[in-house]
Design a protein around this ligand. Sequence first.
Ligand SMILES: C[S@@+](CC[C@H](N)C(=O)[O-])C[C@H]1O[C@@H](n2cnc3c(N)ncnc32)[C@H](O)[C@@H]1O
Length: 390
Amino acid sequence: MQIVKMDNQGRGITYYNDKIVFVNNALPNEDVDIFITLDKKKYSVANVTKYNKISNSRIEPKCKYYGICGGCQLEHISYSDEVDYKTNYLNDIFKSVGVKIERIVTNNDYNYRDKITLKVNKCIGFNKINSNDIISIDKCMIADNLINDKIKYLKLIDTTNIKEVIIKSFDNKSMLVLNGSNPVDISKISKYFDTIYINNKLVSGYRIIATINNIKYYIAPNGFFQVNISIAEKMFKYIKEICVNKKAERVLDLYCGCGSISLFIADSVKYVHGIELNEQSIRDANDNKELNNITNVDFSCDTTDNIKDINSFDTIIVDPPRSGLSKKVINKLLSSKIKNIIYVSCDPITLKRDLTYLKDKYNIESITTFDMFPNTYHVENVATLTRISS
Ligand SMILES: C[S@@+](CC[C@H](N)C(=O)[O-])C[C@H]1O[C@@H](n2cnc3c(N)ncnc32)[C@H](O)[C@@H]1O
């Protein structure tokens, strides 16, 4: 079977009896024999049983768990070809809103993640591909080196009451988070981590801090924080640059998490108001404001569906979860007088959906991609929109 192209989850595409077949671990221009593993009315999924012709883009995966662990999907393709593949599939997605991505901002393709989340069930590891089974791991090639140094100590934990283990690393300090039910004995491991939390409770060490450029952020055990600091820094600088170019003065930062973007842009604008649903993240955002002695930023804990006084701002930053913006938020934006929207998105499909609505009143100036998750099919996009004058 000839693989004709790739889908947006890194799988090869071929056709059999006019039906689309998604083939795992297959690249365009490869000729493969396949075994169908899932047969549905409109599509099938298959594995390769034999490679008859290999693509020039194919490389040997570095990770020994690749193809078993469900975390990465693109380790069999060279990084420059991965970037081309991402460019092509994003341009395909955004064709209907009439935009091509400006560029893909890249950095290291390995050892970039500052957080890993491991599942526990007899062993500690990652979920196998499309399964709830767990594969025990002793190394994760996309996690940073400090995290990898710490994985070996997980063997010392009695996992009876633990469901999930998170390791984070920021500014060369390590955090261990054990989520589950009490009691958990940490006496054998506490000396190996700078800080340990059981669920959300600090049980050993101190609050660790991440520094992005000159801004410091306390890292919460279970709250959201960017997983690729060096790309996040480039993205935050880019957002700040847009604010400066647009002469933004009053900025509303929706889905602000622990205030990461609000605090980063604060010195370039007059005022920022951040809104976030998670109470703990808002407590962290206020602590972070104090940590950095920033006075022109406020935060409120609320759902973005309840935004008030929208027209007292000239610029809105939105960074929603994968599900994108709610219909309520879209309608508020459409009926507002907001001049600029900066839309940060981790899901190109919901971004395209929302841009389709917003382009009624907004001109989509550009979309820039930040390769926050190399070796996986995920990407982060930043779209800049300006109000069409009426
Ligand atoms: C992708 S994160 C962005 C965080 C932040 N901008 C950052 O860079 O760290 C999305 C955030 O949206 C929050 N969230 C989800 N639904 C929300 C809602 N309806 N209203 C307000 N915040 C929400 C989540 O708690 C999460 O912190």
